[in-house]
Design a protein around this ligand. Structure first.
Ligand code: ADP
Ligand code: MG
Length: 317
């Protein structure tokens, strides 16, 4: 039982009012001890979980509609990075109070994004406590067709979707509306992930910063990378800000972008160059995979080596 202190809405009323929506593609949705789903024949289930804590992943008092969007968006982004098609999600949520205006806005943000990507909420858990949101997402991918971090090969190109560093820019310059939008309501690159099946050799989504996330591909694929810093896609506004140190920190190390970094053989260049306008999403070729240990060699426009910025690590001091 959740006690709001004022209007008393029971846990079950709360679930029924805000989170129990039709889930026609599941065999059984909200309401029983577990949901039931039937993946399509020949599909593997891709399963991923993200935990968002107030004060850690979002600030206290964050707009609940944007929070509903972002809580699901980070999970959809993991599906995109696997080349999976998102299908179902569960929501575990701890709430300090049963605040109906907050719940209505949060559910609106979440279901609006879920609807756009054909994802159905099929269950969850609700408790009283410091605000925390944990979504588990299930997606489908043709058996053996998922995009792994381990598939990059020397000679492959490295590609990046959209732009890097804008979410981090929003933290430094909260007045830049386009950057704030990228931070608060990232657009998961689901359609790109699906199109990359059979094209990309490896993929990851940028949650902790380009350098760190590309580093995960390099470790898993046991190879190195050479990247041209000037080719890394970024917002046009940087040209006016004239702050190259902040720019470098955001572009290389800024988290929360939820763009895809992927590798692909050079033969895929033509296909990727036509894919970008089809999706209405810029794809930049930023460097290549090289033989050697898992290090990123970053070069400036003149070919001089630069030192890479590290991304975010929850346990780093
Ligand atoms: P249990 O006692 O088995 O944990 P609950 O009473 O917590 O079940 O939940 C009742 C039903 O409501 C279950 O089907 C559960 O999946 C669903 N549910 C609970 N919380 C949420 C939520 N926040 N969003 C969606 N479904 C939820
Ligand atoms: Mg429960």
């Amino acid at each position: 039982m959740l006690d709001s202190g004022v209007a008393v809405l029971s846990e079950f009323e709360l679930i029924a009012r805000y989170f129990d929506r039709p889930a026609p593609s599941a065999a059984l949705g909200v309401g029983d001890d577990a949901a039931l789903v039937c993946p399509r024949a020949g599909a593997q289930l891709a399963v991923s979980t993200d935990l968002l804590l107030e004060g850690r992943h979002f600030r206290a008092g964050a707009d609940p509609r944007k929070l509903g969007h972002k809580s699901l968006a980070v999970n959809l982004s993991d599906m995109a990075a696997m080349g999976a098609t998102p299908r179902w999600a569960t929501l575990a949520i701890a709430l300090p109070a049963a605040d109906e205006a907050w719940l209505a806005a949060f559910a609106d943000g979440l279901f609006a994004l879920a609807g756009r990507y054909g994802t159905e909420l099929i269950g969850g858990d609700t408790s009283c406590g410091p605000l925390a949101i944990c979504i588990t997402i299930l997606g489908e991918v043709p058996s053996g067709g998922a995009l792994l971090r381990s598939g990059a090969h020397p000679g492959d190109d490295i590609w990046v979707s959209g732009e890097l560093g804008s979410a981090a820019l929003a933290l430094a310059h909260p007045g830049i509306a386009a950057a704030a939008q990228r931070l608060d309501q990232p657009e998961p690159r689901v359609a790109l992930g699906e199109k990359l099946r059979g094209v990309a050799s490896a993929a990851i989504d940028v949650s902790d910063g380009f350098a760190q996330d590309l580093g995960h591909i390099l470790e898993r694929s046991r190879c190195g990378a050479r990247v041209d810093y000037d080719r890394l896609p970024r917002a046009a506004v940087w040209a006016q800000l004239r702050d190259p140190i902040l720019e470098r920190r955001c572009v290389l190390g800024g988290g929360d972008d939820y763009e895809l970094v992927f590798t692909a053989p050079q033969e895929a260049r033509g296909a990727l160059e036509t894919l970008a306008p089809d999706l209405g999403l810029a794809l930049a070729r930023v460097g290549s995979i090289v033989r050697g240990d898992a290090t990123l060699a970053l070069h400036d426009a003149a070919g001089r080596p630069m030192i890479a910025e590290h991304g975010f690590d929850h346990f780093a001091r």
